[in-house]
Structures are given as structure tokens and as C-alpha cells.
Design a protein around this ligand. Structure first.
Ligand code: MG
Length: 299
């Protein structure tokens, strides 16, 4: 059984177990037996200060980075390239970052159809690559034409996500909802907002994430992650002052409270860099990795 088959059968098994214990929920049980929860660091494709994919992966390996987060655009055409580049390495594909056309809440059937087709293509490729899931925002503020924000639209969103989540499970992966903030997505601005949509979508294939940059409206990083419980499938990290490299705004780049929740939850997925850098990446990237490790240790 190769890795992909394992993931597919695991996902199928998980789905079967879930079906046997309805209702689907984001149970937020924590465990105090979490002494050795490893920090699994991932980089988006633009983070490593190298040009070519293999050079980026060599660099990541030298820092002990174990996850790679490519963009979703054109992913189906890149499956072979990425598989080849990862062969024999201790790096796996973490999440896939968006890259689809259209959006799920569009009121224009043609735009919705574009979304359905392109997102399913990315899900299939994500499954082939053993990815944890594909990141999506259902609608950004100002994205038009959009269904009105009503109860009926929320019900529709959950129905559509249910269908997509079941498709994702068949592909051996998931859909990962990314909460933002009120300026970018007013109806999904807290990790718990996304977790509630996961619960109401009634599919194990609908999961969510937290992004330390977007989590500015949370009253507690700790409570935000705990609220997602088993639905938490991915985390993004960036400097909290200006979305640069963690450590470049040292007064505010504190992740300990959130990391403490991840450790208590026995979080087993990735914490992935999604950020720019003010300084020389040859210095700022290794320093950020070191900062994350020391704060994880303290958490
Ligand atoms: Mg993000």
C-alpha cells in the first residue's frame, strides 16, 4: 500500500467511523498527555530563498521543515513534478492553498460552475499528493455577484459544502475553511465561525484552519484553536505586526498561547509559513524557524 492508498483508506475508515457515531461535530477534547507533540513546520512555495523547486526542498530539509504547501492553481499539471521532487525526502505536501476559479456563494450559475469544476480538479490532485486539504474562503467581502447574506444562504452553503466534503473524502483529502477578519470575510472572521460551519455541513471532509495573521479579532489564540477541536486541519503563521517573517516584529510575534492549545489538542497537522520578509531571507527564515521552535518548547 503506498502513501496515497493509505491516506484514502484512512479517510474512508475515518468516514465510516464518523458515520457510526453521528452527529458530526468538532469535539474539542484536550489531552494533558501531550508531552511530545511534535511541531511540524511547513513552508508555502515562496518562503525558501531559492529559485528552483528541488533547491527549495533541499533548503527546507536543512532546516528540518517537513511540510510543503503549494498553491492550487494548475496543481493537476504539477502532480508528477511535485511527486518526483518529494521522492526520498522527509517532506510531505501539507495543505494546498486555494488557486481555484469562481466562488461557492456566487449567484451567477456560470461562476458557481467554474468554482465546482476547478475546485474538484484541485481536490483530486490534492488527494493524489496526499495533502491534508485544500484551503478555501466561501466568499470574500465585495466578491460579486454573491448570494445575499441570509439564513437561507448559510443553509445553502452548508449543503454545498456537504457535497464537496464528501467528494473530498473520496479523493482522500479535505476542504479547509480559512477564517479571515471582518474586513475580508465578515461572516467567517473567527476560527469558531469556521468550526461551526464545519459542524453544520455534516461532512468529515469539511475542516477548518487558523491563521495567526488573520486571528487579530480573536480574544484568545488558545480559545480559538480549542474551539475548532477535531475540525482543525491546518495553521498559517506570519509576523503579527505586518505579516512579515515571524520575529521581524518581535514585540508582538508571540504564538505561545496558540501553541499551548495545539499541544493540548495533540494537533498532528502542519504550521505553515504564509508571509513576506522585510529583511534578508537567508537570515530571517532560519531565525523564524528557531523562534517557532523555542516558543513551541515554552508553550
Ligand atoms: Mg492564510
Amino acid at each position: 500500500m503506498d502513501r496515497r492508498q493509505f491516506l484514502i483508506s484512512s479517510a474512508t475508515g475515518a468516514a465510516a467511523l464518523a458515520a457510526a457515531s453521528v452527529p458530526v461535530s468538532c469535539s474539542s477534547g484536550t489531552s494533558k498527555k501531550s508531552g511530545a507533540v511534535p511541531l511540524r513546520i511547513s513552508f508555502q512555495e515562496g518562503i525558501a530563498p531559492r529559485e528552483e523547486l528541488n533547491a527549495k526542498l533541499d533548503y527546507m530539509e536543512s532546516l528540518g521543515v517537513v511540510g510543503f504547501e503549494p498553491g492550487g492553481r494548475g496543481l493537476a499539471q504539477r502532480v508528477n513534478e511535485i511527486e518526483q521532487a518529494l521522492r526520498g525526502r522527509n517532506i510531505s505536501v501539507s495543505a494546498i492553498c486555494a488557486g481555484f476559479d469562481g466562488f461557492i456563494l456566487s449567484s451567477d450559475p456560470a461562476v458557481k460552475a467554474e468554482f465546482d469544476a476547478s475546485f474538484k480538479d484541485i481536490l483530486a490532485a490534492a488527494g493524489q499528493l496526499g495533502s491534508t486539504g485544500v484551503i478555501m474562503v466561501p466568499a470574500f467581502n465585495g466578491q460579486e455577484p454573491c448570494l445575499p447574506h441570509t439564513q437561507a444562504t448559510r443553509d445553502y452553503l452548508c449543503e454545498q459544502l456537504h457535497e464537496l466534503g464528501e467528494y473530498a473524502l473520496k479523493c482522500g483529502t479535505s476542504v479547509i475553511l480559512e477564517p479571515l477578519n471582518r474586513r475580508e470575510c465578515f461572516f467567517m472572521r473567527l476560527v469558531s465561525d469556521a468550526a461551526a460551519i464545519c459542524r453544520d455541513s455534516q461532512s468529515e471532509g469539511i475542516r477548518c484552519m487558523g491563521d495567526f495573521w488573520h486571528m487579530q479579532e480573536e480574544t484568545s489564540d488558545y480559545a480559538a484553536f480549542i474551539s475548532a477541536g477535531d475540525c482543525l486541519r491546518h495553521v498559517h503563521i506570519a509576523g503579527r505586526g505586518d505579516r512579515k517573517m515571524p520575529g521581524e516584529t518581535p514585540d508582538v510575534d508571540n504564538y505561545v498561547d496558540g501553541f499551548r492549545a495545539l499541544k493540548e489538542m495533540n494537533y498532528k497537522y502542519f504550521v505553515s509559513f504564509e508571509c513576506g520578509s522585510e529583511g534578508d531571507r537567508e537570515q530571517t527564515v532560519p531565525a523564524a524557524v528557531e523562534l517557532m521552535r523555542s516558543q513551541w518548547e515554552r508553550a
